[in-house]
Design a protein around this ligand. Structure first.
Ligand code: KG4
Ligand code: ZN
Length: 341
């Protein structure tokens, strides 16, 4: 029997709705919020207002593009957290409203598990490569950096995590220091292509946890390098932008790969995936493929449109949960932190 799922994602600053049939994507609509650019970061209050404006047109468009009416939907999958509470509330409340109005069950999805399960989306005209279980996923987003051992779509274990900043935050904060626009990750990625990745050396962390990460020391080291250099040459950043970006990106990728390689050695798992916004980074993508080639890994890189926040990944996660009978109750509320989920 065919199962049709409507997915809704509103955890940060992208409002998205997607429709899948079984695991095949029928539509995936994303409204990105431009309102935050001029502030150099996401303003939570403005994000929730924009979600409120976007959610109905976005869902409507997703249904139309999929050629599906609301009465054909078997379940509504929605992001329960982690994320910005005010943003999550819009998606959760919308899901409840539609659930009550049309008598459709709701299925909650953990946003981070959604990123990981983006590797199981199929397209109508071609199958995408799927990792075999168990696999390791390096999850790198704006708010989280983790190594996850994925045993099944419903059974995941975090074996490493950042003890301070996330990799995406390191990109965004260093970009801000250089006066680059938000979000800084894609801008640094672009500028790095013109620079020398060995031009500057920044501090690499020594973290106790075998598979854990830290990025705050790198951020400080980057800041001090700039501060000292600007004293000698006021236009230092302007003159060395590409080299700074290339060196920063190389350092972040080296840090990420070091612990991932250890985790693969230790667990013996050699199906390796990456997911989350930072998995769009060309340095990381090249680095994973290169490390995999040397180590006999099978590497899995998500299509670019499934790296940053999207509802397709929420719909696929919802599909697995629905098939396992995991229906959420109507009194469910969103949660901001992963530890509360
Ligand atoms: O997964 P995501 O869309 O949102 C969260 O769940 O946080 O990730 C957003 C993060 C931002 O920090 C952004 O700068 C980063 O992903 N990002 C990138 C690239 N594209 C997005 N970082 C480095 N290189 C990129 N090409
Ligand atoms: Zn995300």
């Amino acid at each position: 029997m065919d199962i049709t799922i409507l997915g809704i994602e509103s955890s940060c600053d992208d409002t998205s709705a997607a429709v899948i049939r079984n695991r095949t994507l029928l539509s995936n609509v994303i409204a990105s919020q431009a309102v935050h650019v001029k502030y150099g970061g996401v303003i939570p209050e403005l994000a929730s207002r924009a979600h409120q404006q976007n959610i109905i047109p976005v869902v409507d468009t997703a249904l139309k593009e999929a050629g599906v009416t609301a009465d054909k939907i078997d379940a509504i999958a929605f992001t329960r957290g982690p994320g910005l509470l005010g943003s999550l509330l819009v998606g959760v409340s919308f899901a409840k409203g539609l659930s009550i109005a049309r008598n459709i069950p709701m299925v909650e999805v953990n946003h981070l598990q959604g990123h990981i399960l983006s590797h199981f989306i199929d397209l109508p005209d071609r199958d995408l490569p799927h990792p075999d279980f168990p696999f390791l996923c390096l999850l790198v987003s704006g708010g989280h950096t983790q190594i996850v051992e994925v045993r099944s779509p419903l059974d995941m274990r975090i074996i490493g995590t950042t003890i301070d900043d996330a990799a995406g935050e390191a990109f965004d904060k260093c970009a801000k220091v250089m006066g680059l626009p938000y979000p800084g990750g894609p801008v640094i990625d672009r500028l790095a292509k013109e620079g020398d990745p060995r031009a500057f050396a920044f501090a690499k962390p020594h973290v106790e946890g075998e598979f854990d990460y830290s990025f705050s020391g790198l951020k400080t080291s980057f800041l001090y390098t700039l501060r000292d250099a600007v004293k000698q040459d006021a236009d230092f950043v302007e003159h060395h932008k590409a080299d700074l970006c290339a060196s920063l990106q190389r350092t972040i990728v080296d840090i990420l790969l070091d612990k991932l390689i250890r985790a693969s050695k230790q667990t013996g798992i050699r199906d390796i995936a990456i997911a989350g916004g930072v998995s769009a980074n060309s340095g990381l993508r090249d680095g994973i493929v290169e490390a995999g080639r040397r180590r006999g890994w099978r590497t899995f890189l998500p299509e670019f449109r499934f790296t940053t926040d999207n509802a397709a990944m929420i719909a696929v996660s919802g599909y697995y949960r629905y098939m396992d009978g995991r229906i959420s109750s109507l009194d469910i509320s969103p949660v901001a932190r992963l530890s509360d989920l």
